[in-house]
Write a protein that binds this ligand. Structure first.
Ligand code: SF4
Length: 187
């Protein structure tokens, strides 16, 4: 795959209709997440088990190009600092390089898994039993004994997969995508 400097603005501009659909998926995720978190009374205000220190892989080109589009809008100095940090992170597996002073510098463009992490969830794939996942460490400490309010990730995964497949068809990509944010920025 080409480096981020080799991805032209014009190419990213062509993807705008895909980005708009991605934003719509993100909007639905945020709405559902907030509803479920509010039902528990759960608020994330940072903790020593920061999810930005979790070694998340992201699995779609669409989210990759969206992050790159946001990254290219940052100031030259900030981009330089983030790339240095991304190189360090990639080698040591540490804090996400987009986390600056405990805040995500590309909060609007943060990937799906960053948006969903925190509250317990379920996943319903055809033909296999429902998968249930726990909340983050802070959630489990504060609300682990409460009745479960369902945060079903399934429709969001399906919508994202449909969008990803359409994008790959359009730009003729065959490979599967799997990278951390640090890897997205450094290779
Ligand atoms: S993209 Fe943003 S929210 Fe996601 S891990 Fe990185 S800093 Fe945290």
């Amino acid at each position: 795959m080409v480096s981020i400097n080799e991805i032209p603005e014009s190419f990213l501009h062509e993807l705008m209709p895909f980005f708009e659909r991605l934003e719509s998926i993100y909007f639905s995720i945020d709405k559902k997440y907030t509803k479920v978190a509010d039902q528990y009374g759960f608020k994330c205000s940072g903790c020593d088990d920061n999810c930005c220190m979790t070694h998340f892989y992201h699995h779609t080109y669409i989210e990759y190009f969206y992050i790159i589009m946001g990254f290219k809008l940052l100031s030259r100095d900030l981009r330089k600092d983030i790339l240095i940090q991304a190189e360090v992170v990639r080698k040591k597996s540490d804090m996400c390089p987009l986390n600056i002073k405990d805040k995500c510098i590309l909060y609007k463009q943060r990937p799906m898994i960053c948006r969903m992490h925190g509250v317990p969830h379920e996943l319903n794939k055809p033909g296999i039993p429902t998968h249930y996942g726990e909340g983050c460490k802070l959630f489990m400490e504060q609300h682990g004994n409460k009745d479960c309010f369902s945060f079903d990730r399934t429709p969001f995964y399906f919508e994202m997969a449909r969008l990803e497949n359409e994008l790959k068809d359009k730009i003729d990509l065959k490979d599967k995508f799997k990278k951390t944010v640090a890897q997205m920025l450094t290779r």
